[in-house]
Design a binder for this molecule. Structure first.
Ligand SMILES: [Zn+2]
Length: 392
């Protein structure tokens, strides 16, 4: 019966979300009405990308508030690779709910609401105001929702002091807690060189220069690859990743081209000195023979990690809750990007946490699923965490 209720909820939400954002907002309005909580809908960039905030006012509303954030968008699906309809939220005999967003992160958004519902029913009250936000555009980088929102007067009016956002599932008993993200560098080398006939041995060709850049970037990559391979205590978020993602250039097989471009996706770990890394890129471009321009598709500055010691009372309250629940948590640096970074960027401590242990990591994958029991256990976990962090 419980599983049916969970499935119904997820079917409802996921179906609505995947069609368009408007029915999702309508669904959240209904939730707000049932919970007797005020709701605000913002459009930080345009009308296609709403940002919904439900608010449970605290006993001391002047105190910085707690933000429970989740995103309402999902990544595309390839239905032919699924064993269940990706937007059906079907539950199999083992209790697994199959749906796009079951792990990323419609589960968490619904767990927040279920936890708030249970807490309200129990008569609980808290010192701090709690905002529950559902945002668009996270999967595309948040430039149409969270990024502009954190710079708005509407966001400042929420007076957020601490945020919770998504984590990742874990196949073991441990649940990762993310306190930082790596710094994104998407760099394009525009490599000019001597053009001419493919039968000659011309000096300073774009191909030769590309070869030098590749050699340097791949040598850097190899060191990181070996570090990760030989250090079981490290996760992917602890090392710097460099990947060649696009190479372009050339007109036909017998013409040495005047221009070639190479695109690298780099994620800089916390141990990297960013100005030094940037200076190296320029140094290698010069060493390659010059005539190379660097362009950046993304060039973010360092975002300070969230403190995970007793200088951060929200961390202490969060950790106390997980200890009391007997959960094994592991602090990690998030390997990709989430909306948490925009909170940290404006100085708000934020943790990424999705209570999904003993669960294969299937975000963005075919047959994404979450076990109904894990989902329901997560609701209880959030009740404890919310109670703790809202009473700091
Ligand atoms: Zn996500």
């Amino acid at each position: 019966m419980v599983c049916v209720a969970v499935g119904y909820l997820m079917i409802y939400l996921i179906n609505l979300i995947c069609v368009q954002s408007e029915p999702c907002v309508a669904f959240l309005r209904l939730q707000a009405k049932q919970l007797e909580l005020p709701i605000q809908v913002y459009y930080p960039a345009n009308e296609q990308n709403p940002l919904v905030v439900l608010t449970w006012q605290g006993l001391q509303p002047e105190l910085p508030s707690v933000l429970l954030n989740s995103h309402m968008d999902v990544v595309p699906v390839f239905p032919e690779n699924w064993t269940h309809p990706p937007f059906g939220a079907e539950i199999d005999q083992e209790g697994r709910i199959f749906a796009r967003g079951a792990q990323d992160m419609k589960c968490v958004g619904m767990q927040y609401l279920a936890a708030i519902r249970a807490l309200k029913r129990s008569g609980a009250t808290f010192k701090r105001t709690i905002h529950i936000s559902f945002v668009a555009d996270e999967e595309m980088g948040g430039r149409l929702a969270m990024l502009p929102f954190v710079d708005s007067k509407e966001f400042r009016a929420l007076n957020v002091g601490f945020g919770l956002d998504e984590g990742i599932a874990s196949a073991t008993s441990e649940i990762p807690v993310f306190y930082a993200e790596r710094t994104v560098r998407r760099v394009i080398f525009q490599i000019s060189g001597t053009a001419g006939h493919g039968s000659l041995l011309l000096p300073n060709t774009a191909g030769e220069k590309l070869s030098y850049i590749l050699e340097r970037m791949m040598a850097f990559r190899k060191v990181q690859f070996q570090r990760l391979a030989s250090s079981p205590e490290l996760s992917i978020g602890d090392v710097t990743t460099i990947n060649l993602t696009q190479v372009q250039g050339g007109v036909q097989g017998n013409v040495v081209p005047p221009l070639m471009t190479a695109f690298f996706d780099c994620r800089l770990a916390l141990d990297i000195k960013i100005p030094e890394f940037d200076a190296n890129l320029h140094k290698w471009a010069a060493e390659a023979g010059g005539g190379i321009e660097l362009e950046y598709e993304q060039k973010r500055g360092h975002i300070p990690p969230t403190a995970t010691d007793d200088t951060n009372p929200f961390w202490v309250a969060f950790k106390d809750a997980t200890d009391e629940l007997g959960l094994k948590i592991k602090l990690q640096v998030f390997p990709g990007g989430t909306d948490s970074r925009y909170l940290r960027q404006v100085g708000i401590p934020a943790l990424g946490f999705s209570p999904m242990n003993h669960t294969p990591v299937l975000l963005h994958d075919h047959d994404e699923f979450l076990h109904a029991e894990t989902y329901l256990k997560g609701v209880q976990i959030y009740q404890k965490i919310i109670s703790n962090v809202a009473c700091v």
